[in-house]
Design a binder for this molecule. Structure first.
Ligand code: BGC
Length: 460
């Protein structure tokens, strides 16, 4: 329980509720009007009425708001006309139904030296002490000052803290930029500062990004991750209690479940399934296994059992005609895996605008069916339809660069010498990509139900 902040009256702040175990339980989720406007743009470019009807439905789905630069806090012209942070929270209050909590999710994503292992989402702040100073003063402090406003106490504010930051310190320090991110301590200090400031606001919930099973699923990687996350959390004012949970699969494509590959140790054609080319001895095939293992290991390392897991299901559905409907009968291991897996990627390290992907499970709190995974929610953290990056030179003032992983012609040595599988013609990371959005809606699994309002003329 947190005490209510003092006010003019002696009454405790009536609207403030206790910090609950699961920020999403029993709550409605904030629907971002800026996202809906992008979807509207795609609807107006789509002639197939059935597809349009599905897009109408997706337009009303909750998605996270990315605070991906300082300008995103303030909104307006400096941020492509999007809403400010305060305007989102005002809108969340307007969407709140009487007697029912509302949860709005914001992604805190402006780390100094951001995206150290790639280029697509490099950011505005340099990996220097000066960059860290700006991160604290002009970014985190400003966000915290908005979150703290008494009128927003009625909103449960969930934050996703710095996607890819700590995972890059676990596995990517062969990259000089990531090595410096680690040796300088800047990533860790930035994340700890963010956790301290965010956790101090009682109605704010913090979820630390923990990559996905295709990245940290190996036992050794997971063990190192748990060690690092524990050190980071212990270095905050409140220790592991400053972290409400972990979020996996942010902006990635890894399925919640591989329904036809349930036993990594099963032998096919003389080899275990996990030893196949696709799984590379990683026993973590999907996010339900990964969150289960991560939770178990965190608790063993002293974290509270209440630590919750969230999975980004925005683009991990893998429906459409290429989705297998049964396990393979092949006796050749790699053929068996290729024919059985719903993740249609050629390699799990492919991450940019992946061709063939589809929307995943719709956002919802406390999803059932995975009791050991301790899931607080499925969320659409990555707003589906927003690009992962571009393979072309596109001048911009966001710090973003052309990334070979977003170039369909590139053969990726770090991804088993496979072609990237990226859709051609992508805009900069975070910008609307109509072709990708259409594909994701078409390939959704579960399929998106058509909105009953679909044939009505666009209103809002
Ligand atoms: C981009 C951000 C964007 C986010 C959500 C990231 O890859 O770098 O600018 O806000 O995706 O689309």
């Amino acid at each position: 329980m947190f005490g209510a902040a003092g006010g003019l009256t002696a009454k405790p702040a009536a609207a403030a509720e206790a910090h609950v175990d699961n920020a999403f339980a029993g709550a409605t989720l904030y629907v971002n009007p800026d996202y809906a406007a992008n979807v509207r743009g795609s609807i107006s470019r789509t002639s197939d009425p059935a597809l349009r009807a599905k897009m109408e439905k997706v337009k009303r789905y909750p998605t996270a708001v990315w605070l991906d630069r300082i300008a995103a806090i303030h909104g307006g012209d400096a941020n492509a006309g999007r809403k400010s942070l305060a305007a989102h929270l005002d809108q969340a209050l307007a969407q709140k139904r009487p007697g029912k909590p509302i949860t709005a999710t914001f992604v805190v994503y402006d780390l100094p030296g951001r995206d150290c292992a790639s280029l697509a989402s490099n950011g505005e702040l340099p990996l220097t002490e000066a960059g860290l100073h700006r991160y604290k003063n002009d970014y985190i402090d400003v966000i915290a000052s908005v979150f703290k406003k008494p009128k927003y106490r009625k909103v449960r504010i969930a934050t996703v803290v710095e996607p890819d930051s700590l995972p890059n310190l676990v596995t990517n320090t062969a990259d000089p930029e990531c090595a410096l991110a680690k040796s300088s301590g800047i990533y860790t200090k930035a994340v700890q500062y963010a956790l301290d400031k965010l956790h101090a606001v009682p109605n704010v919930y913090t979820y630390l990004d923990a990559a996905h099973s295709g990245w940290l699923g190996w036992d050794t990687n997971r063990a190192q991750a748990v060690q690092l996350y524990t050190e980071v959390a212990k270095g905050t004012a409140a220790g592991p209690r400053s972290v409400d949970g972990l979020v996996t699969n942010v902006s990635n494509y890894t399925p919640i479940e591989e329904p036809f590959l349930t036993d990594p140790d099963r032998t096919v054609g003389g080899g275990m399934v996990k030893s196949s080319k696709f799984y590379e001895w990683n026993p973590g095939f999907d996010e339900s296994d990964f969150t289960r293992d991560l939770h178990r290991d965190l608790v063993a390392a002293g974290w509270p059992a209440s630590t919750g897991m969230v999975v980004d299901t925005s683009r991990n559905g893998w429906g459409g005609p290429a989705r297998p409907t049964a396990g393979s009968t092949s006796t050749e291991l790699d053929t068996y895996v290729t024919e059985s897996k719903v993740d249609r990627r050629a390699h799990r390290g492919l991450w940019c605008n992946v061709d063939g992907a589809g929307l995943g499970q719709p956002p919802r709190s406390a999803p059932s069916g995975f009791p050991d995974s301790h899931l607080d929610a499925f969320l659409w953290v990555k707003p589906p339809g927003e690009s992962d990056g571009t393979g072309e030179d596109i001048p911009n003032d966001e710090g973003k660069a052309k990334d070979p992983m977003c170039d369909p012609a590139y053969t990726a040595p770090g991804a088993g010498d496979n072609k990237t599988g990226a859709l051609p013609g992508a805009p900069l990371a975070g910008h609307w990509f109509h072709d990708q959005f259409s594909m994701l809606v078409r390939n959704a699994h579960p399929a998106v139900p058509a909105s009953p309002k679909a044939t009505a003329k666009e209103t809002s």
